[in-house]
Ligand binder design. Structure first.
Ligand code: FES
Length: 103
């Protein structure tokens, strides 16, 4: 079944190099702007649940603000431990809105 598209932000709410925590129908997601393209992953770090949307973004890698585990925001893969991953969601821009497809 196709996922549901949810508007989570407006274009321009997030500058390149920034991230934030957004709500997609009750699910907390971390949304990032990597050089003008948007990416969304689960906000909760799989280590202890740190808020990835509040972490520092360096290129396409965010550092968890709690203990520093690093995640590729374009894939959800951990760059600290390749065996780990957080869910990654398709993002699209339509008009002035940023939409995430959630399952
Ligand atoms: S909660 Fe993210 S590194 Fe510990």
């Amino acid at each position: 079944m196709a996922g549901k598209r949810v508007r989570v932000a407006g274009v321009g709410d997030l500058q390149p190099g920034e991230g934030c925590v957004v709500d997609a129908e009750g699910r907390a997601l971390a949304l990032f702007n990597v050089a003008g393209s948007y990416h969304a992953i689960d906000n909760a770090c799989v280590h202890r649940g740190g808020p990835l949307g509040a972490g520092d973004l360096d290129g396409r890698t965010v550092s968890c603000p709690w203990h520093g585990w690093r995640w590729d925001v374009t894939t959800g893969a951990s760059t600290t431990n390749p065996a780990l991953r957080v869910a990654c969601y398709p993002v699209s821009v339509e008009g002035d809105g940023v939409y995430v497809e959630v399952g």
